[in-house]
Write a protein that binds this ligand. Structure first.
Ligand code: RIB
Ligand code: NA
Length: 349
């Protein structure tokens, strides 16, 4: 059967306002548009794995596309573990995953009175850049000890982010390591305290053969490397220093997404060298409409490349995976919303 991916993480309902500028303190403004749509970094990454491993069955206008041999034949099996509230948003979030063929049997329902996670998002229309306020709700109630194994036999990859309690992430990391299952860690949002950072680092650095994939943006990189600032990442020296830091702690593949500046990546083969890593230039896009979900799309496509390689028994080609993931994310930034903006397999060329 197709390779299996498990995503443990958040499910949020995104409440998105599109504005011509961000409001000033005390300002009341009118948006240019508003949408409620499924999001959450965990669920977005699960949806990315599902959509990017399947072809469209309807076109942009919603008209059915005649099935071909490859249509609807999924090239990956995706399971989601997380928690939603016992409310309307929770029902919608779970149903949307299931509608994309994702196994939702490990999506728990939080105790009564705990709402589903919500993200209030403001998108600045001139730039497409967003600002996000998270209210974790049910995401902070997940208890992985109550679910069956996160890494059932045959799992090729476990994907983790940081929108659920750190202790759950650490337990999952340890479980995957004990089972010999590679992990893709996307430390987003960045650890909020030095204690959290140190615990996370200690957990992945302690494990053999090391963390398989660390995928993170500039803010997260600065937060994960002691003494490093976002400004340091403006230079190749800073990028190389950050990558070296992670390689020295056992990470096999480090991928830093730099938004409009491209992607910087380094692999274990470079460990110990003076300068490590390589910059991939950004994709050219006509107009950045809404960057929401772009990082998650990148992570999903990258995860698929990793499991395709392990299923085929071939070596993982990090550079090729980064290039393809960059192309997938470029589609997402040109569309509104999170999960709905993620392309299908046949939309990424
Ligand atoms: O990565 C984008 C996501 O971050 C949004 O969908 C929002 O829910 C926040 O979790
Ligand atoms: Na988008």
């Amino acid at each position: 059967g197709p390779p299996r991916i498990t995503v443990l993480g958040s499910l949020n309902m995104d409440l998105v306002s599109y504005v011509s500028h961000h409001p000033e303190p005390g300002e009341t403004m009118t948006s240019n548009g508003f949408a409620v749509s499924p999001g959450g970094k965990g669920a977005n990454q699960a949806i990315a794995c599902a959509k990017l491993s399947r072809e469209r069955t309807v076109d942009q206008q919603g008209k059915p596309i005649a099935p071909t041999a490859s249509t609807s034949a999924p090239t990956a099996h995706v399971a989601m573990a997380g928690a939603v509230g016992d409310d309307v948003y929770g029902t919608t979030l779970r149903a949307n995953l299931a509608a994309h063929g994702i196994d939702v049997s490990a999506v728990q329902t939080a105790p009564a009175g705990v709402p589903s996670g919500v993200a209030v998002i403001v998108v600045d229309e001139p730039t497409g850049q967003n600002r996000i306020i998270l209210s974790p709700g049910a995401n902070y109630q997940i208890d992985t000890t109550k679910s069956a194994s996160l890494v059932p036999a045959g799992t090729q990859l476990l994907i983790l982010q940081l929108e659920i309690p750190l202790e759950q992430v650490l337990r999952a990391l340890q479980e995957a390591c004990a089972a010999g299952v590679p992990v893709l860690l996307n430390p987003a949002p960045a650890p909020a305290t030095e204690e959290a950072r140190a615990k996370l680092e200690a957990t992945f650095a302690d494990q053999a053969p090391g963390l398989a994939h660390l995928v993170l943006n500039e803010t997260e990189t600065a937060a994960m490397v002691p003494g490093l600032t976002v400004a340091d990442l403006d230079t190749q020296a800073g990028l190389s220093r950050a990558a070296s830091y992670f390689l020295a702690r056992g990470v096999q593949n480090v991928v830093m997404t730099l938004g409009g500046r491209g992607v910087y990546f380094a692999t274990a083969a470079e460990r110990g060298k003076e300068v490590v890593g390589e910059l991939l230039q950004p994709e050219k896009v006509k107009q950045v409409v809404d960057t929401t979900g772009a990082g998650d799309t990148f992570a999903g496509q990258y995860a698929l490349e990793a499991v395709y390689a392990s299923a085929a028994g071939t070596a993982f080609d990090c550079a090729a995976a980064v290039r393809k993931s960059n192309r997938a994310a470029a589609v997402t930034v040109q569309r509104k919303g999170a999960q709905e903006s993620i392309p299908w397999r046949d939309e990424v060329v």
